[in-house]
Design a protein around this ligand. Structure first.
Ligand code: UFG
Length: 339
């Protein structure tokens, strides 16, 4: 069965391609290479020992998208990662974000109707919950007002999917709401490679450790948390990737379920910024240069996932520890800077 992975050479897309191939699926990758590199395709082949098809394609280009689906028949399901994801950039360039993230989704849903592709897994985010009233956050928590155009595209996308699934009987969808994906494949051949200065904590840590950045700035130590720094649910990207395979399996093989389902993907445990730093130093036997500064605008204080729904209905549970994630992130950073 052929699975189209949009954004397939990106961070989560490439790890998901590996897990799909390992599970025996045929994989077609589509990516506009705006934030990734075609070399990733070869690395996916090296890791899995399997063939994978790749095409450079921008799914927000309606004509190109339509042509793409004319040329690639026989797709059973789509995992849709292709999107812009920098929160700060989305505040500066909202139209770019609405166009990239929403038009691509519309084009893909149109193609699904036209070519009778029934299943889509959508890459959503815990950002839809904002700072939830109760922790851990369950799927029943209401959406909060999005605090960036990026976050808004995730909320609107889920609504577009929900309405489409209601209207078009043959369409089935699962939205996966990621908490904080970190780490890299254990081979260290694929991982996260942000363009420019990283926004996210772990790439900033690894780039500081390798000497690309002078120091890590810790944004705030006056939160109402045990050590004063903010808390997130950091999940290993390979665990996250496996959840996508489970979602595909579920849509294809299980009949008695809602046509639109959504799941939190996290470990169920929160870690503070200081805990992440200390763990990184311990597992990799090094010292990190860091300094505490004020809070970052728009950050929530603490959030972690209730994962019962994913555990029970998807049959998925995160397996890898924070130690493993931070050790793999460091191996990957060293590999990518050595070539
Ligand atoms: N942090 C630092 N220093 C840094 C970078 C981050 O102290 O240089 C802190 C942040 O303040 C936060 C924690 O590390 O407390 C995690 O920050 P990230 O940027 O790694 O992750 P966020 O939780 O802010 O981001 C996540 C997702 C985004 C999503 C966002 C919504 O990665 O996709 O939540 O708030 F949009």
């Amino acid at each position: 069965m052929k699975i189209l992975v949009t954004g397939g050479t990106g961070y989560i897309g490439s790890h998901t391609a590996v897990e799909l191939l390992n599970a025996g699926y045929e994989v077609l990758l589509g990516d506009n290479l705006s934030n990734s590199n075609e070399e990733v395709v070869q690395r996916i082949k090296t890791i899995t020992g399997k063939q994978v098809q790749f095409e450079k394609i921008d799914f927000s280009d309606t004509e190109a998208s339509s042509n793409f689906f004319e040329h690639h028949q026989g797709i059973t399901a789509i995992i849709h990662f292709a999107a812009s994801k920098a929160v700060g950039e989305s505040v500066e360039q909202p139209l770019l974000y609405y166009r990239n993230n929403l038009v691509s989704l519309l084009n893909i849903l149109d193609a699904m109707r036209k070519h009778a592709i029934k299943y889509i897994v959508f890459s959503s985010s815990a950002t839809v919950y904002g700072q939830p009233d109760e922790l851990p956050v369950t799927e029943k928590s209401p959406f909060q007002q999005a605090n960036s155009p990026y976050g808004n595209t995730k909320q609107i996308s889920e609504e577009i999917i929900q309405d489409s699934v209601k209207a078009y009987e043959q369409l089935h969808a699962i939205a996966l709401r990621y908490f904080n994906p970190i780490g890299a494949h254990h081979s260290a051949l694929i991982g996260e490679l942000p363009l420019g200065v990283p926004n996210n904590l772990v790439p900033f840590i690894t780039q500081t450790a390798i000497g690309l950045r002078k120091e890590l700035l810790v944004f705030g130590e006056d939160y109402n948390t045990p050590d004063g720094s903010a808390i997130r649910d950091y999940i290993h990207v390979s665990d996250l990737a496996q959840a996508h395979v489970k979602a595909i399996d579920r849509m294809i093989h299980i009949e008695n379920r809602e046509a639109f389902e959504y799941f939190n993907l996290g470990t169920g445990t929160g870690s503070s910024v200081f805990e992440v730093i200390n763990t990184f130093e311990r597992v990799n036997q090094l010292k990190l240069n860091y300094r505490v500064v004020g809070r970052r605008a728009g950050d929530v204080e603490q959030v972690w996932a209730d994962t019962h729904k994913a555990n029970e209905e998807l049959g998925w549970k995160a397996q890898l520890s924070l130690d493993e994630a931070l050790s793999s992130a460091w191996k990957w950073e060293q590999f990518i800077r050595s070539i």
